[in-house]
Design a protein around this ligand. Structure first.
Ligand code: BGC
Length: 523
């Protein structure tokens, strides 16, 4: 296991360390604009759950679900909303996002990060227009596919952009802007749903779906004014522009060491023709493993059961239709504020500490929620006496769970994969992360309603089991990446007790004149 001391030494062997933590106004503003790419993802996560619980929406597009819902409240609460068509509506977006992230990888690498963000914004804009105007299920699904393509592009490019722009010592803080915007998007969507649900005349859902155009416009216009990252500029042969950009974002003339790192990374990248076959090489096994497991684990925390289905879930545990949206607003607020905890601490405490603390808190909360539901609903799913107090306690523990996710697996699930790859395969690696994330988001959205029906309260224990496994995995296998310059991250793997087996000395290329052997030995 790599300890913090080792990382500290790696950092101290590379040059230009006075820039580890300097935030210039320019870098802050560019990262703020780029982060807004998270809004489209968040808005969508938050809007679907609320819309699919609106009577006017259900009765128009999913009449059988609507009839089932109107049924007597004494029927089995775990199985009430089980409809494959309804979950297909939610899930279609994720399949589109999964596939489009591979295309986005090429755009991001060949044309720069900003054009992927632009493509994401425009496609999402189109999708929101079709959805707002939907006359039938086909239009709904088509709209969602376009939204998905938009998200695939944005999630592929934004985290990379942020990690490359940020000075090493602030990389966590700035990258988590993306997750912050995701949570703001979710929260805004929850509020909007709350408002539109009460619109008389049955067209409230159109407002909810159509308003997705607002975050889409923000990232579309925003991406046009963004500069590209120095890493991407060098990768595409614009060396002088890259130097100028580096001076501007670091706020200093002294950029030689960092520039050397970037050039070394870019030379390495140029020797690689096919990032996709390249990524399969043994020396990239550590990064590839993490790029797959982190998003997989992130979804297996079960967070999206809460995010997508909070209104349905709260209905199930006895809240009325209004109260269920109100509860979703509560978890939305906790999600936003929890993210600030991460922003403030990630570059000080490090990624591992947040993962381990957050994982433990989530585990405990899930066990409590599962047990509280078990005690009331048993295995029959029938409960007649769920008091307001009892339901409030469940909501409270759901909030503990969401808060922990918001400062651990939420932001780190995007940050860590975006900072572990060498330049030559960074874009391909990020696509893998996005697609694994989307695949499991899809899977969980698709099977949740059926799973709730069969596993009942055991669903919470199921996710708790996974949280235990992933927390253990982090403890044993995840090296700390806090403050390490992005083009020197290879040294972190080279120093890890397990992952070092995969990396030979010749595989370590960094731009500093000091020999690699010395650096690794120093560390
Ligand atoms: C995850 C989403 C999740 C959101 C909740 C993101 O990091 O990728 O699946 O819904 O966090 O805030």
């Amino acid at each position: 296991m790599l300890d913090n001391v080792a990382v500290g030494v790696i950092v101290s062997t590379s040059g230009g360390k006075e820039h580890q933590g300097k935030m210039t106004l320019f870098v802050f503003l560019t990262c703020l604009v780029a982060s807004s790419g998270g809004l489209i993802f968040g808005y969508d996560i938050g809007i679907s759950g609320g819309v699919t619980s609106m009577d006017s929406f259900l009765s128009r597009f999913f009449p059988s679900v609507y009839k089932q819902q109107m049924a007597d409240s004494s029927t089995n609460q775990y199985c009430k909303f089980d409809s494959q068509l309804l979950t297909l509506f939610t899930s279609s977006l994720y399949v589109a996002a999964l596939l489009s992230s591979f295309l986005a990888s090429t755009v991001t690498r060949m044309f720069g990060r900003k054009w992927s963000m632009f493509a994401g914004g425009i496609t999402f804009l189109l999708g929101s227009a079709i959805n707002g105007a939907a006359m039938n299920v086909l239009m709904l699904i088509l709209g969602r596919v376009l939204l998905g393509i938009g998200i695939g592009f944005a999630n592929q490019a934004v985290p990379l952009y942020l990690s490359e722009m940020a000075p090493p010592g602030l990389r966590g803080t700035l990258n988590i802007g993306f997750q912050l915007m995701i949570t703001v998007g979710i929260f805004a969507a929850n509020l909007i749903n709350y408002g539109t649900a009460s619109i008389k005349g049955g067209w409230g859902w159109r407002v909810s779906l159509g308003l997705a155009a607002v975050p889409a416009l923000i990232i579309t216009i925003g991406s046009l004014v963004l500069p590209d990252t120095p890493n991407s500029l060098i990768e595409r042969g614009h060396d002088e522009e890259a130097k100028a950009m580096l001076r501007k974002i670091r706020g200093t003339e002294d950029i030689r060491d960092e520039y050397d790192d970037l050039v070394a990374a870019s030379d390495e990248a140029k020797s690689v023709d096919h990032p996709w076959s390249n990524i399969m090489q043994r020396k990239y096994r550590p990064q590839l493993t993490i790029a797959i497991l982190i998003p997989f684990f992130q979804q297996l925390t079960g967070i999206n059961v809460i995010m997508f289905y909070a209104p349905l879930l709260f209905k199930t545990i006895g809240f009325g239709s209004e109260a269920s949206l109100a509860s979703a607003v509560i978890t939305g607020t906790v999600n936003v504020f929890g993210t600030f905890v991460s922003i403030a601490t990630v570059d000080k405490l490090g990624r591992r500490a947040l993962f381990l603390q957050g994982g433990t808190q989530m585990l405990v909360s899930q066990l409590v929620v599962g047990t509280l539901i078990a005690l009331k609903f048993g295995s029959s799913g029938v409960a007649t006496d769920v008091t307001k107090n009892y339901a409030s306690i469940i909501v409270l523990f759901i909030c503990f769970y969401v808060a922990a996710f918001a400062w651990s697996w939420g932001p780190l699930g995007w940050l860590v994969p975006s900072e572990i790859f060498p330049l030559e395969i960074r874009s391909a690696g990020q696509s893998i992360t996005v697609s694994v994330n989307m695949f499991f988001t899809f899977l969980i959205a698709q099977v949740f309603l059926t799973a709730l029906c069969h596993l009942k309260f055991g669903l919470f224990y199921f996710f708790a089991g996974w949280v235990a496994i992933m927390t253990l995995f982090i403890e044993v296998f995840l090296p700390e990446t806090k403050s390490v310059p992005i083009e020197e991250i290879i040294l972190v793997w080279k120093n890890h007790w397990f992952w070092s087996k995969f990396i030979s000395d010749e595989d370590v290329h960094v731009g500093n004149s000091e020999s690699v052997d010395d650096r690794v030995e120093d560390a």
